[in-house]
Design a protein around this ligand. Sequence first.
Ligand code: C5P
Length: 221
Amino acid sequence: VQAPDLAGRHVVVSAGGTREPLDPVRYLGNRSSGKQGYALARTAAARGARVTLVEANTGLPDPAGVDVVHVGTAVQLREAVLKAAADADAVVMAAAVADFRPAAYAEGKIKKKDGVEAPTVPLVRNPDILAEISADRARPGQVIVGFAAETDNVLANGREKLRRKGCDLLVVNEVGEGRTFGSEENEAVVLAADGAETPVPHGPKEALADTVWDLVDPRLR
Ligand code: C5P
């Protein structure tokens, strides 16, 4: 049984992957399953926190005892996270947020055209929610955690990303064939803005989630 070390705290977790619609039947998406975010929400609730889970396209059932907000796109996820973060002690951005969205939404299904090999889809940047909430904290001392999936130079890229995003902790994991996405297990290093590095061995996503809360807890004030 977990000690209720997060009792009286409000934490916000984003989970899943955004979908950026092209037309009524198509979207740009990613392979995030949402399982790591759900593990974070469940473990925080088990440790006594009030939890708001901002969920994008996971298809997973709402965890018991957690307030769930369902969103689809990055813009919707941003709005829900900003709203929930207003009175939060900690925010963990586990969602895979699309960096780009189609510049325009076609009201009707995009059709193949005779004589045209393939259409070009112009994209625009989505807001970087993690960087935004880190730069402009809703409360002093709010603890902000990001995730980074890297394919190479994992630690060096992670340290650079931690600085660039301005968050307090960054969970870095290596992605590739059969790893992490959709899996029940994860392996990561948690980098802290104060220089601490915590390796988390291969294991259940719940174990990584508990390590994240173990690192968040002493940083709360
Ligand atoms: O830059 P990159 O996408 O690798 O950063 C990943 C981290 O940033 C994750 O915590 C993700 O939730 C967050 N993110 C965000 N807004 C974006 C892109 C990523 O908050 N537009």
